[in-house]
Design a protein around this ligand. Structure first.
Ligand SMILES: [Zn+2]
Length: 93
């Protein structure tokens, strides 16, 4: 039996390692700008913990990770997006 190795990524906020399926991927797409869970380009991962995505420094961390400027409104969209993926808050890894 072949065992599948989970792809591990680090949350940019808490710096903990998670299985990629438990993280939300934020990508600065070449054509479409910032995208969630899709797109091609520089990307960052964040876990679905409220503590992480509502962190006051998250915008700075994202800007640094994605090497881009984020509008102040972005954080509202961002929080809503992550929360919408957060259907199973206690599932974890
Ligand atoms: Zn985190």
């Amino acid at each position: 039996m072949k065992q599948q190795t989970p792809v591990m990524r680090i949350c940019i906020s808490c710096k903990k390692t998670f299985n990629r399926i438990n993280l939300v991927k934020i990508t600065k797409d070449h054509k479409h700008g910032i995208m969630f869970q899709k797109g091609m380009g520089r990307s960052a991962y964040i876990c679905k913990s409220k503590k992480c995505y509502s962190d006051s420094k998250i915008k700075k961390k994202l800007q640094k990770a994605l090497k881009t400027f984020l509008e102040p409104e972005f954080i509202d969209i961002f929080e809503k997006e992550i929360a919408s993926y957060n259907d199973y808050p206690n599932k974890g890894i």
